[in-house]
Design a binder for this molecule. Structure first.
Ligand code: ASP
Length: 588
């Protein structure tokens, strides 16, 4: 039988007591972490969110009670703090200088044998950990992650408040929004056959808030996207959503940069601002990605001119066919083994590259996988042009420009990862700007908005929209940190006529636009201030701050890659009565 808590109130947490407290009478409450029964003495580590304290039980009656305690039982104890014996001092534990000698013990709650040990180096499978998430969350690492997330959200709120932003809630039961993913739908009981959509983002509402005159809006908000889950995506995720009236891109940047500084101060990291800016075109060409990881250099250079006339037919033909030869230098890579080079070539092949060529200097001579075919002159010229030194390695690939850069960009990251050059505690930011407004969706045979349909083209390109849509640049931007897109936004269209032109470019008929966004188009006609904003991914930011590779480890109750909550077992079937009420019938 469990004891009652009664009037027991803790005097300290389990992470608090220090040698300065020796002699003090204390009351602790917490979970049994570990029991060590020495026969005449029982040592128990008691755990709570704040840490672990060792308690010592002796004396017959108390010891008999203590012997029945098992891991994860919840106990209370009164006792006196004393110094640990010299040989028992534990410098790794903040409370390792003391222990508490128990005078009274209460068992407040028993526990079933947990399916895994509550420790940071837990060996349990991900499924088991998610099924028993409440036990998983007791692990100190996850407790720390939740605490970090809390401090980050507090920093965000304080920052925006200090800048005159208001946090305004927007509806969760709403109409389909334009982010381009599949909506989660909620059937309406009151309006049979009609559905709400869960917001993919508050995009339209935050723009309407600008029309409503709120001037500066932010919200820490859940967004929902029913996508086939790629690695490390969650069907519901949290954004720091921001919108500002009369904002230019520079206003948005100079608002967000100090926010990021504040957030990184939470982990004691001072971030330098302003962040550098790189065009989308440059990011793709030089890093093969629109989210370049700039913790390492190894930028990709175009070496086509060297090989256009060379004897190496693979490269020469690629260039003649409108393609390019590009490459990057691996500092100190001349020492790579045959096996390492072969593996990289395999990687390149699996990415669809025609082939990978390597080159390096060897004293006065040069070596290359294409030495015979290309000749020493071309290889030497390439090494010189790329700036490869005596101990460096040059990796080359050919193909259509974007494809060649993509392959090399991938290899660049593989090399950096294998060499241990991507440090989790180094944070390198860049804004990626000047995105194309549109991208061709081959499956649908039409243009699609690269960001979303409310993003404004740059003013100089507005006249090109109909004649050369593929070359129109958008006033869109992403914030990239260590190869992750941690935010994205744009200056919006605030003019109804331009918005209509955009819809028609996207193949959205007037009728369709009216049906889907009619209320929004109408609101634009009532005096819309120029405005713009951004949304930052809170989950990803906290994961990067915590040094966690997966956002799952910074979300209290995440879902699996199959969008299942293993703990609550959602989604599930529902009662026939509920379906009837909603006038729904399940087929198949
Ligand atoms: N609503 C956009 C998104 O969720 C961000 C923005 O344009 O502010 O990606």
């Amino acid at each position: 039988m469990a004891d009652k808590l009664g009037d027991w109130a803790r005097t300290h947490t389990c992470g608090e007591l220090r040698p300065a407290d020796i002699g003090r009478d204390v009351l602790l409450l917490g979970w049994v972490h570990k029991v060590r029964d020495l026969g005449h003495l029982v040592f128990i580590d008691v755990r709570d969110r704040y840490g672990l304290t060792q308690i010592v039980v002796d004396g017959d009656a108390l010891r008999d009670r203590a012997k029945h305690l098992r891991a994860e039982f919840v106990i209370g104890m009164k006792g006196r703090v004393r110094a640990r014996a010299a040989e028992a001092l534990n410098a790794k534990m903040p409370t390792g200088g003391i222990e508490v000698q128990v005078t009274e013990l209460k068992l407040l709650s028993e526990a079933r044998v947990p399916p895994f040990v509550i420790a940071d180096d837990v060996a349990a499978s991900d499924e088991l950990r998610l099924r028993y998430r409440y036990l998983d969350l007791r692990r100190p690492v996850l407790q720390a992650n939740l605490g970090l997330r809390h401090r980050v959200t507090m920093a965000v709120r304080q920052y925006f408040d200090s800048q005159g932003f208001w946090e305004i809630e927007t509806p969760v039961l709403t109409k389909s929004t334009p982010e381009g993913a599949r909506d989660y739908l909620v059937p309406s009981r009151v309006h049979p056959g009609q559905f709400y959509a869960l917001p993919q983002s508050p995009q339209i509402f935050k723009q309407i808030l600008m029309i409503a005159g709120t001037d500066r809006y932010f919200q820490i908000v859940k967004c929902f996207r029913d996508e086939d889950l790629r690695a490390d995506r969650q069907p519901e995720f949290t954004q720091i959503d921001v919108e500002m009236s009369f904002a230019t891109r520079d206003h948005v940047f100079s608002t967000i940069e100090p926010l990021i500084q504040q957030v990184f101060r939470v982990i004691g990291c001072e971030v330098a601002v302003p962040f550098p800016r790189m065009s989308y075109a440059e990011a793709i060409a030089r890093y093969g990605s629109d989210k370049p990881d700039l913790r390492v250099g190894m930028a990709i250079a175009d070496l086509s001119t060297i090989f256009a006339e060379s004897t190496f037919s693979v490269f020469r033909d690629a260039i003649a066919g409108g393609g390019v030869v590009r490459g990057f230098v691996v500092p100190g890579g001349a020492g790579f083994s045959r096996k390492q080079l072969d593996t990289l070539a395999e990687d390149a092949k699996s990415l669809g590259a025609g082939g990978l060529v390597w080159a390096r200097r060897n004293g006065d001579a040069v070596q290359s996988s294409a030495l015979k075919a290309a000749g020493e002159g071309a290889i030497r010229a390439a090494l010189d042009a790329a700036g490869a030194g005596a101990t460096d390695l040059l990796l080359l690939a050919c193909g259509p420009a974007d494809a060649a850069s993509k392959v090399l960009g991938h290899l660049r990251l593989t090399v950096a990862r294998n060499q241990g050059w991507l440090k989790a505690d180094e944070f390198v930011f860049t804004w990626v700007v000047d995105f194309p407004l549109l991208e061709w969706a081959p499956d649908e045979g039409r243009w699609a908005a690269m960001h979303h349909p409310f993003t404004s083209p740059i003013e100089a390109d507005m006249d090109l929209m109909e004649d050369d849509p593929g070359h129109v640049l958008a006033q869109a931007y992403d914030l990239v940190l260590n190869g992750s897109e941690i935010g994205g936004g744009s200056i919006r269209i605030h003019d109804t006529a331009l918005q209509r032109r955009m819809f028609s470019l996207l193949g959205i008929s007037d009728e369709d636009a009216k049906l889907r966004f009619g209320f929004f188009l109408e609101s634009l006609e009532y005096g819309t201030p120029p405005h713009g904003g951004i949304a930052l991914g809170l989950d990803r930011i906290v994961a990067l701050l915590a040094g966690e590779p997966s956002i799952r480890d910074v979300i209290a109750f995440p879902k699996t890659a199959q969008a299942v909550d293993l703990m609550s077992t959602a989604p599930t079937t529902v009662d026939a009565r509920q379906l009837r009420e909603l006038r729904l019938r399940i087929e198949g």
